[in-house]
Design a protein around this ligand. Structure first.
Ligand SMILES: Cc1ncc(COP(=O)(O)O)c(C=O)c1O
Length: 346
C-alpha cells in the first residue's frame, strides 16, 4: 500500500496530523522516539486521512462526568485500552428518539454477560445517560457510541484486578460511507482473512476487540474499496467488517444465520421485520461467495450504514444495476419509519 504524508492542517501545530511528529509530541512522545519510529520498516503502513481537530464538542459522558471532547479521557491502565477488554454499542438517533433502544440494551447486557463484565448501572440509568448526552448536544438526528470498558486495573490480563468498569457515552454525527455510494452502490471484496470462529470469540459479542474486522477492512482499502465480506472457516459468508449482509435471488431475501458467525445486527433484524410486513420472503441461509456474486441484488445493513446496496464484489458486477428493486423497497420502507413520528425505541 502507498504511504502518503499526512495532509497539512490550519489548526495548531501540536494537532498537525493524526500520525505526524507534532501529534506524537502532543501525546508526550519525544522527538527521538518519533525519529526511531519513522525509520522503522513501513511495509504495514496505511495512508492517513485528515480527522477533525480535537475541539470541545460534543460533550461526552465519561465515568460519571459530562466533559468537553478534548477533556474526555480514560486511564492508560484501563483494560479496554490495554487489551480491548470491553463492549460497545453503536446506536442511531432519529427525530430525537433512540432507535431500537431496548434491543441495543439487550445486546449490550448479553455481551457483558459473555465477558462476565458487570455493568455498574441499571438499564434505566444507561438509557438516562444516553438521553443526557443527546440533550447536552442538541442531537435530533445522530449516532450514539456507548462503551463499557473492563476499567482501571493492573498491567496483567486478570479482570479481577479491575473492580470498577468504565462507561463512556458519545452522542455525535456519523457518515460511515460517502453519500454518493448510496446512489451508485458499493464495491466490496471477499476478504482472505476468515472471521474469528465462534469457539474463539463469538461475533455475537460486540466487544472492543475489532482487530479481525480491521485487518479485513485493510484488505478492502488495499483493493480500493471500503468494505470486505468475511467468510467463516468453512468458507461460508458471515458478514462485512461493520455491517450485516443480505442477498436477493428471484424476489426472495437471504441472510446468513447466527451460526455462520455474525453479530446479530439490530438493523438486520429490523430489515427482516420489514420483509415480513411487506410480504417479501426472507430466509436464513448459509451462502457461498459464488452464490453471493451470482445474486440479483446484495445489500448491507448496520446502524451507521443503514441500508446500502452492493454494486460489485471483487470484479463481478451485481445484478447489472446500482440499486435493485427489492433493496430500494426496503430502504424506502426503512426511511419511512425512521423519519416518521413513530420511531421505535423498543
Ligand atoms: C461486525 C458487525 N456486523 C454487523 C453490524 C451491524 O449491526 P447493527 O445493525 O446492530 O448496527 C455491526 C455494527 O456495528 C458490526 O460491527
Amino acid at each position: 500500500m502507498k504511504t502518503k504524508s499526512a495532509p497539512k492542517s490550519t489548526s495548531k501545530p501540536a494537532r498537525k496530523s493524526a500520525n505526524g511528529k507534532a501529534a506524537h509530541r502532543a501525546n508526550g512522545m519525544s522527538a527521538t522516539a518519533t525519529a526511531k519510529r519513522k525509520s522503522a520498516p513501513s511495509h504495514a503502513s496505511i495512508a492517513y486521512d485528515a480527522v477533525p481537530p480535537m475541539g470541545e464538542k460534543p460533550t461526552i459522558y465519561v465515568n460519571g462526568k459530562m466533559v468537553p471532547k478534548n477533556q474526555a479521557m480514560v486511564s492508560v491502565y484501563d483494560h479496554g485500552l490495554l487489551y480491548g477488554d470491553g463492549i460497545f454499542e453503536g446506536i442511531r438517533v432519529y427525530g430525537g428518539k433512540i432507535f431500537k433502544c431496548g434491543q441495543h440494551m439487550e445486546r449490550l447486557w448479553r455481551s457483558a454477560e459473555a465477558l462476565r463484565l458487570r455493568i455498574p448501572v441499571s438499564r434505566e440509568e444507561m438509557v438516562q445517560i444516553m438521553r443526557e448526552c443527546i440533550d447536552a448536544n442538541g442531537i435530533v438526528e445522530g449516532y450514539i457510541r456507548l462503551v463499557v470498558t473492563r476499567g482501571y486495573g493492573t498491567l496483567g490480563l486478570d479482570p479481577r484486578k479491575c473492580p470498577v468498569p468504565g462507561i463512556i457515552c458519545i452522542a455525535d454525527q456519523i457518515q460511515l460511507y460517502p453519500k454518493e455510494l448510496y446512489e451508485t452502490g458499493m464495491k466490496v471484496i471477499i476478504a482472505k482473512r476468515p472471521r474469528t470462529p465462534i469457539e474463539c470469540l463469538d461475533p455475537r459479542v460486540k466487544s472492543l476487540n475489532y482487530l479481525n474486522n480491521i485487518l479485513a477492512k485493510v484488505e478492502a482499502i488495499d483493493a480500493g474499496c471500503l468494505e470486505a465480506v468475511m467468510l467463516n472457516a468453512e468458507g461460508y459468508v458471515c458478514e462485512c467488517t461493520g455491517d450485516n449482509i443480505f442477498m436477493v435471488q428471484n424476489g426472495a431475501v437471504f441472510t446468513p444465520p447466527t451460526e455462520a458467525g455474525i453479530l446479530e445486527g439490530v438493523t438486520r433484524r429490523f430489515v427482516m421485520d420489514l420483509c415480513a410486513e411487506l410480504g417479501i420472503p426472507c430466509n436464513l441461509k448459509n451462502i457461498k461467495p459464488e452464490e453471493l456474486k451470482a445474486a440479483d441484488e446484495v445489500f448491507l445493513t448496520g446502524s451507521a450504514a443503514e441500508i446500502i446496496s452492493v454494486a460489485q464484489i471483487d470484479d463481478i458486477k451485481i445484478g447489472g444495476r446500482t440499486e435493485g428493486p427489492v433493496t430500494r423497497r426496503l430502504r424506502e420502507a426503512f426511511r419511512k419509519v425512521v423519519t416518521s413520528h413513530h420511531v421505535p425505541e423498543d
